[in-house]
Design a protein around this ligand. Structure first.
Ligand code: ADP
Length: 443
């Protein structure tokens, strides 16, 4: 690029020089023509005038007459010799010339000198050195090349440095990801740099927090599962060992202990079933079978199944519906929610208590409210109530035969319906669970 610019500059300077020299040369020829009255005197005058003007721009001037004889030469070398060159010939035919001879670094000019009749009498042939222009341009080229090289080195160094600076934070993220991939743990990374890098750093840390939370809850879940599965097995082992260790155990005791063992087996079975339901919900996530269902009929059917349980504790179970409601739900899974909430309201209730189930809807959602006047849930437990294996009172709640997974399953199902579940509760006053589910499913 800079080569093109320099060449253009060089051409411009040479063109200017050519114009100046041509003008000078033209004036000189006019002067010769006017002063050329006496041919005998002409040689001497040519020499004199040529010497006077040569040396400013025109280095060498030769004057050639019609016989192609050089009558004047400022170098005095060719005087008297013949000069039969195409340039001179062309000039005698009326074409003055001015061109650049790059090889000899000079301008070549021819100019005719006409007599009073307008006939070409002499031809002036001159050369003007432009070596100074070429030398100056060579020096400029050298300087420009040096500047370009220095600038390239500086820019390259700056580019390498800024590339290194830009890539460095990503290297750190890459190293961190590799470290995590090898099983290592990471707290947080603190990257410095542009706002984009800080945004990436913050997003990475948020992701890591989430991964750490998931890992914590996974570990807690595994330890809870192990504990919950071990408890019935330990009880069964104690019961069985106490029978095996004694001789002559009465049959009633056998019956009683074996009945307890069957109870523990049922418990183990319930836990495994609930776990399988949860894992299935987690893995298949939203593998739901949405159909248009009459919610009033669904609740009636569930309550019919649960009524005997309520009757055992003499609990009043009432269903109140404000309007017939049709909604797009997964019938089997949503039935499980109703069952879990209503069974809990009976389990964690006093004898002679009451459980009210109500159904209502607005333009977008339907609402199922399960209200009881049972034990209630302490405020500090409310935020954990939907956690897996969470129980308010471990000993009391295990005795009810529960697994601690019912509300976790219920919440998963409600979320899979794009719904919400809320709890209001007061100890010894009662609890109210409200499910809000969209009437139409939008995947
Ligand atoms: P569980 O199988 O133990 O019933 P859940 O997940 O269904 O498991 O319930 C978790 C815990 O929430 C129960 O152990 C109980 O302490 C509490 N709970 C649930 N429903 C009620 C309710 N209606 N009244 C009082 N406590 C409740």
């Amino acid at each position: 690029m800079e080569g093109v610019c320099l060449n253009a500059a060089e051409n411009t300077v040479i063109a200017t020089r050519t114009r100046n020299v041509s003008a000078q040369f033209s004036i000189l020829s006019t002067y010769f023509a006017q002063d050329n009255q006496n041919p005998l005197d002409s040689e001497r005058k040519f020499d004199k005038l040529a010497e006077d003007v040569a040396g400013v721009f025109l280095n060498r001037i030769q004057v050639i007459d019609e016989n192609f004889t050089i009558v004047s030469d400022t170098y005095q070398i060719n005087k008297g010799k013949l000069c039969i060159s195409p340039d001179v010939n062309r000039c005698f035919n009326g074409t003055n010339q001015a061109y650049t001879d790059k090889q000899h670094k000079c301008l070549v000019l021819t100019q005719s000198i006409k007599n009073s009749d307008g006939e070409v009498e002499y031809v002036m042939f001159a050369t003007s050195s432009i070596a100074d222009i070429y030398d100056a341009m060579d020096s400029i080229r050298l300087i420009v090349a040096a500047v370009v090289i220095i600038l390239t080195i500086v820019l390259l160094t700056a580019a390498i440095f800024s590339a290194y600076k830009m890539v460095k934070p990503f290297r750190k993220i890459e190293d961190t990801i590799e470290h995590i991939g090898r099983g290592g743990t990471v707290e947080a990374i603190n990257l410095k740099g542009s706002s984009e890098i800080i945004t990436i750093s913050n997003s990475f840390n948020t992701m890591m927090d989430r991964i750490n939370q998931l890992e914590d809850s996974r570990q807690e879940f595994v330890s809870n599962v192990s504990h919950e599965l071990k408890t019935p097995i330990t009880s069964m082992k104690v019961l069985a060992e106490s029978l095996v260790g004694q001789e002559g155990v009465p049959e009633e005791l056998y019956q009683e202990f074996l009945g307890d063992i069957v109870g523990e087996l049922d418990r183990e079975n319930n836990i495994i079933n609930d776990l399988l339901t949860l894992v299935k919900m987690d893995r298949t996530g939203l593998e739901m079978n949405f159909t248009q269902v009459n919610i009033n009929e669904l609740i009636e059917a569930q309550l019919k199944l649960i009524r005997p349980l309520a009757a055992q504790k003499n609990i009043e179970l009432v269903f109140e519906s404000f309007r017939p409601i049709l909604a797009e739900i997964d019938e089997t899974k949503f039935s499980m929610c109703i069952s879990n909430l209503v069974v809990n309201a009976i389990k964690y209730n006093n004898n002679e208590g009451w459980v009210h189930v109500s159904l209502n809807a607005d333009a977008t959602y339907f609402y199922v409210k399960v209200q009881d006047n049972g034990f209630g849930i302490p405020e500090k437990s409310v935020e954990h109530i939907f956690d897996r294996f969470y129980r308010v009172d471990k000993a009391r709640d295990r005795a009810t035969g529960g697994t601690g997974l019912g509300l976790a399953i219920t919440k998963s199902i409600v979320v899979a319906h794009n719904g919400d579940i809320k709890l209001h509760s007061e100890v010894d006053v009662g609890s109210t669970f409200i499910m809000q589910i969209p009437l139409t499913h939008i995947s």
